[in-house]
Ligand binder design. Structure first.
Ligand code: FES
Length: 590
């Protein structure tokens, strides 16, 4: 069996970007660990040079072992190769400032670190020159402070900043990151500071040793940078020049390849992407929607920078759904928890091959801090929920006969009693409408549990309000009455509203029906009206209560409901009969 027949190439191609990202992250973490340990070692200079050199022995044991060498230099090769690959594959070089800074810092690291790395590691492996801290401190901070010293300072800042930005871009889309961010920031500032102070302290101690013993300086010169066989330093310099030239050529090659690809793509045809404000962008086939937005200068949310991690770039495809390429595994993985339907796609992953019309689902200025609010409810998702409406009876009389303060006090007690009952049953008090309230059950549970919770909430509301009426008996001329309507069905759950006033709510036929059932409690002179579907889904028999068939606007068939005098009369779950298990045909919209 040939290799090509054993490998699922299309699947591999689809997984390619996420595999590349993982390798890049893993190699970046190895390099960051190296820099981190390096800085920790530098910090030992605040104790003494000897402490630094003792620490360096451990570092050498780690990074000069076979595993350490492969991890470090393999990580370096992988990280920079994949960074070059990312520059090539990225269709638009427009990016946020933080990403641009990370890229610029990253590209400058090989230029800055090359001489130091060649002198310390290559000189050791090939010329037997074993540079230790005293050599490096003398050469950098004392012999050449304005060349090697400044360069080393630049490496300090550039490598650390690049690593920290990379970590930040990786972690910022993680839930709860902002809780730990202040501590990480403190560590990110303290460590390089103590490392730099340690290096300066170490240099001062080396200087003191030189002044105290002239033989120390001679030994430094003999065993340090000038050491090794004749011609070693010239060869290191030649290697450095070749490496820099190779690096520049690789960069030129990548940007040249980008130019060639653009020419080829122009010949391959274009697609048109229409935006909600009427703008139409024509881009080469195969370009992602996010890149199209960037290229056209259309603001588009992309908290993770297009790495299929944050979902903030998601769009709803309005036209052209049937011609879309299938979602990649990475796209499926991040969209699945949102319960998104197939029209919702990640703009950073979607590469249309035909004209489409899209609707970005999140505002472009969305921030990382908004991540905690990002859930299925942000963009709307269809869900089977139970809706409960509760309303005070005779509220007009309540208002007329009281001072405003008393009215507010009583209404707040009412909402407290009802809200706590809803929460205790597992629901979410959602909207306070005048002297009534709407609650949603089932945003996190299945249909059966949602309906059970709604009926349990009705029982608890009755109990809580009875308690409240007893407690306020002296304040009230008569006990506060109420009506409850409960219905269940598919609704759209979404965060709606404006900026900070937005909140999760449900819209759909089931909401209107539940509200209507609450109204019917007045007509049937009962406390609770429940649609039959709620009892059936909950597994709670309602057959003993009077049944009615009502016609609700928007429903094509009559709706069977049960009028229940008191919610306290509701039976407990688990007492269903065979007859009650017959699932009715759900009423549908006309
Ligand atoms: S930009 Fe983060 S998933 Fe697309």
């Amino acid at each position: 069996m040939s290799l090509s027949s054993m490998v699922d190439w299309p699947a591999l191609a689809r997984r390619g970007p996420s595999i590349v990202r993982r390798f890049r992250l893993a190699s970046g973490l190895v390099l960051f660990t190296y820099v981190f340990l390096h800085f920790v070692n530098h910090s030992l200079g605040n104790i003494s040079v000897n402490a630094m050199e003792s620490g360096a022995t451990i570092q050498e044991w780690i990074w000069r072992s076979a595993i350490g060498t492969v991890a470090l230099y393999g990580g370096f090769a992988i990280h920079f190769s994949l960074a070059f690959w990312a520059i090539y594959t990225r269709r638009s070089l427009r990016m946020g400032w933080i990403e641009a800074l990370r890229l610029a810092l990253g590209l400058s690291i090989p230029l800055l670190v090359l001489q130091h790395a060649l002198g310390v590691r290559f000189g050791y492996s090939y010329f037997g020159v074993h540079l230790i801290y005293r050599h490096v401190l003398f050469n950098i901070w004392m012999a050449n402070p304005y060349t090697a010293g400044l360069r080393q300072l630049a490496i300090f800042v550039v490598a650390w900043l690049h690593g920290c930005i990379g970590l930040y871009l990786w972690l910022r889309v993680k839930r709860h990151f902002h809780r730990f961010a202040p501590y990480l920031l403190i560590a990110a500032v303290l460590l390089p500071t103590t490392a730099l102070l340690g290096a300066m302290q170490g240099a001062r101690q080396v200087e003191a040793l030189i002044h105290a013993d002239p033989a120390f300086l001679a030994a430094l010169r003999q065993t340090g940078y000038g050491g090794g066989p004749p011609g070693a330093q010239a060869m290191l310099w030649t290697i450095a020049l070749w490496c820099w030239a190779g690096y520049a050529a690789a960069l030129a090659l990548i940007f040249g390849a980008r130019g060639i690809r653009t020419l080829v793509e122009r010949r391959g045809g274009t697609v048109r992407i229409a935006y909600p404000d009427g703008r139409r962008v024509r881009v080469p086939k195969g370009l992602s929607v996010l890149d199209a937005s960037r290229r056209a200068g259309i603001p588009h949310a992309s908290v993770c920078g297009g790495r299929a991690r944050c979902t903030t770039c998601r769009v709803r495809v309005l036209v052209g759904l049937e011609r879309l390429p299938p979602p990649s595994p990475a796209e499926i993985r991040v969209l699945a928890p949102l319960g998104a339907d197939r029209a919702v796609r990640l703009a950073c992953q979607l590469k249309p091959m035909a004209d489409i019309s899209i609707w970005p689902l999140l505002p472009p200025e969305i921030t990382v801090r908004d991540q905690d609010r990002l859930s299925l409810t942000e963009t709307g998702a269809e869900r089977f929920v139970a809706i409960l409406f509760v309303d005070i009876r005779s509220s007009t009389q309540l208002v007329e006969s009281r001072l405003p303060y008393d009215v507010v006090f009583i209404l707040n007690r009412f909402f407290e009693a009802v809200g706590s009952a809803i929460i205790a049953a597992g629901g979410k008090p959602n909207q306070f409408i005048g002297d009534g309230m709407m609650a949603i059950f089932g945003t996190d549970t299945d249909a059966a549990e949602a309906c059970r919770q709604a009926l349990e909430a009705a029982r608890l509301i009755d109990w809580h309000l009875a308690e409240m009426n007893r407690a306020l008996a002296n304040e009230l001329q008569r006990p506060i009455g109420f009506g409850i309507g409960v219905h269940a069905g598919e609704v759209i759950i979404g965060t709606m509203g404006y900026r900070e006033h937005a909140q999760m709510t449900a819209i759909g036929e089931a909401v209107h029906v539940a509200s209507r059932l609450q109204d019917l409690t007045k007509e049937y002179r009962c406390q609770l009206v429940v649609s039959e579907v709620v009892g059936t889904a909950a597994g709670i028999p309602l057959g003993d209560f009077p049944s009615h068939e009502i016609q609700v606007r928007g429903l094509s068939v009559p709706l069977t409901i049960r009028a229940i005098d008191s919610a306290a009369m509701l039976p407990s779950p688990g007492t269903e009969t065979e007859e009650d298990n017959v699932v009715p045909i759900y009423a549908r919209s006309t």
